[in-house]
Ligand binder design. Structure first.
Ligand code: NOJ
Length: 576
């Protein structure tokens, strides 16, 4: 028996019915989208109803009660528009139609209705830095130099010689200019050659985009997520960039002149006319630029998401002090103005627990719960990725032939061409590949995890027999039920949404501790990020009052010294 006292019973005494801050007393900037808990669904991998191995809208409809049971208030779906799927929907061929693999517009209307009936809002992904090369606009654009759509894309006539080098993130050669013999010219593609960049400098193109956004807003979507939008504005004189372009492309590509004009225009044309939330992928190159995107008086966006936090995890591990420093710095910068997005995983990342936690059998569950406690107790709108509520893990492919992701496959080709280390590339991919985070949702222990009756487009993780919704539903201590409790807690306690954040014991190597405080109400969040017991004195002067959540059954406390179990996470309210 451990020689530490089991104390939680005493500490659980609640001193009367503590008053919750009245929402009216919150800062006047309170907004529904700040209070939202967003659940991101990768439609291709959520639930397949027609047996083709690809998730569909009917499948999401079938699972609406599950989504509701999580307590989340908003769903973001990755692109569902018509697409040849070079990049799984991030290459759109028709902005007003539904991808045939996913279903029909009737399915979409039913899905939206089903969400709204359950008081869940919907975020539409808008991919307009580029379209698909199969979009009618591009087919027209490439057909002749004097086509009315020519100026919807960036072209460089070959008679001017080779265009100034541009780096492409997904191109097998890393070259963002693709020669097209039809008009003897090159077109620009920051992503793959199937994703030509749209020319935002053209006002007619911009109007087309606002028009289709209004088409979806009129249908009742509640938010827009702007894919890669920080890259949309370009200097169309295409000046030469320095040699470090590949390593520092964000420095040269992001936030170019014109971007704010386009966002203000989009805000005036679309956002301001509907009660929609707006978020852009990418938050500029520094805090000043992040504020310029999201501060309320800018009339541009509600929020943006930055990558500094999610980029911390590396195959060799990461340091907790770095993690604390990054999240505390971002919070501080946005404490007075602007609003953050909080996330540690999405469809461009590997699995939450495999990157930031510990996916070994003993620690997978507690570290998943600990990470979800973190995401749901920070200031900023939390984005939770499907399957992370269960602690789904990386699939860990060994061979390039197992990957489906264009970024992984073309990246491999590029390393080969550059004479790079392919073994090292594969090790990295095994840890960080996007396919790790895209394997089918694990619903139950039946064949293909209950995802599909056909062969899934990407294999189901072998661990589905033990990690799945059905088994976790039945277990009150499961990751899933911890996630639900944590979402509920955030919804019940405005201090977790709006409260001021203060980092405690920054030097502690295992424990991340912070308080959140609002209108006299204060909570203490304690997270052990390590696989060892962590000893730590209660880092506040107040007494612990009510235990709001704990991912273990006990709290070990003696003389104000806590012994935290591996990956233990709990939140206490503090006495006033
Ligand atoms: C960012 C998206 O999140 C990613 O999935 C996509 O591949 C690129 N943008 C290109 O659209």
């Amino acid at each position: 028996m451990k020689n530490i006292l089991f104390f939680s019973v005493l500490l659980l005494i609640v001193f009367g019915c503590s008053e919750k801050p009245n929402k009216d007393s919150l800062n006047e900037d309170a907004s529904w989208w700040k209070e939202a808990v967003i659940y991101q669904v990768y439609p291709r991998s959520f639930k397949d109803t027609d047996g083709d191995g690809i998730g569909d809208l009917k499948g999401i409809i079938e699972k609406l009660d599950y989504i509701k049971s999580l307590g989340v208030t908003m769903v973001w779906l990755n692109p569902i528009y018509s697409s040849p799927n070079a990049d799984n929907g991030y290459d759109i061929s028709d902005y007003r139609a539904i991808m045939k693999e996913f279903g029909s517009m009737d399915d979409f209307d039913l899905l939206l209705k089903g969400l709204h009936e359950r008081d869940i809002k919907f975020v539409m992904d808008v991919v307009v830095n580029h379209s698909s090369n199969q979009h009618e606009w591009f087919k027209e654009s490439r057909s002749s130099r004097d086509n009315p759509y020519r100026d919807y894309y960036h072209w460089w006539p070959a008679e001017k010689g080779t265009p100034p080098y541009r780096y492409s993130l997904f191109d097998a050669k890393g070259d963002a200019w693709k020669y097209d013999s039809i008009t003897d010219a090159y077109y620009l593609h920051y992503f793959s050659e199937q994703q030509p960049d749209l020319k935002w400098e053209n006002p007619t193109l911009r109007q087309e985009v606002y028009d289709f956004m209004k088409f979806w807003a009129d249908k009742g979507v509640d938010g827009f997520r702007l894919d890669a939008f920080q890259f949309a504005a370009k200097d169309t004189t295409y000046p030469a960039f320095p040699d470090d372009l590949e390593e520092n492309f964000i420095q040269y590509y992001a936030m170019q002149d014109g971007l704010h004009q386009y966002l203000k225009e989009m805000n005036e044309e679309v956002f301001s006319k509907y009660e929609v939330m707006s978020v852009s992928e990418g938050a500029g190159r520094n805090f000043k630029e992040a504020h310029e995107l999201v501060d309320a008086d800018r009339n541009e966006l509600n929020m943006a998401y930055a990558f500094e936090g999610v980029d911390i995890a590396k195959p060799e591990g990461y340091s907790l002090s770095h993690f604390k420093e990054v999240f505390s710095r971002w919070d501080k910068e946005f404490a007075k103005e602007g609003w953050l997005s909080i996330f540690l995983a999405n469809h461009d990342q590997a699995r939450l627990v495999s990157r930031f936690g510990n996916d070994s059998p003993n620690f997978r569950a507690p570290s998943t719960k600990m990470l979800n406690t973190f995401i749901l107790s920070m200031r900023g709108t939390p984005y939770c990725y499907y399957g992370d509520e269960l602690g789904m893990t990386n699939i860990g492919f060994d061979s390039i032939s197992q990957y489906q992701d264009i970024a992984a496959i073309n990246g491999y080709e590029k390393v080969k061409t550059d004479g790079g280390d392919l073994e090292e590339y594969l090790i990295n991919l095994k840890f960080a590949s996007r396919d790790n985070g895209r394997t089918p949702m694990q619903w139950d222990s039946t064949i293909h995890a209950g995802f599909s009756s056909g062969t899934p487009w990407l294999p189901v993780n072998d661990n589905y027999k033990t990690i799945n919704v059905a088994s976790q539903n039945a277990d009150p201590q499961s990751c899933l039920n911890h996630f639900r409790k944590m979402v509920q807690l955030r919804k019940d306690e405005p201090v977790l949404v709006y409260g001021q954040y203060e980092l405690l014991i920054p030097e502690h190597e295992q424990v991340y501790a912070y308080t959140r405080e609002l209108n006299g109400e204060k909570v203490l969040v304690m997270l052990n990020f390590s696989s060892e017991v962590a000893t730590v004195e209660i880092p506040v002067k107040e007494n612990l009052e009510e235990l709001y959540i704990n991912n273990y059954e006990q709290i070990f406390l003696k003389d104000r010294v806590l012994s935290m179990e591996p990956y233990q996470a709990f939140i206490y309210s503090l006495t006033k």
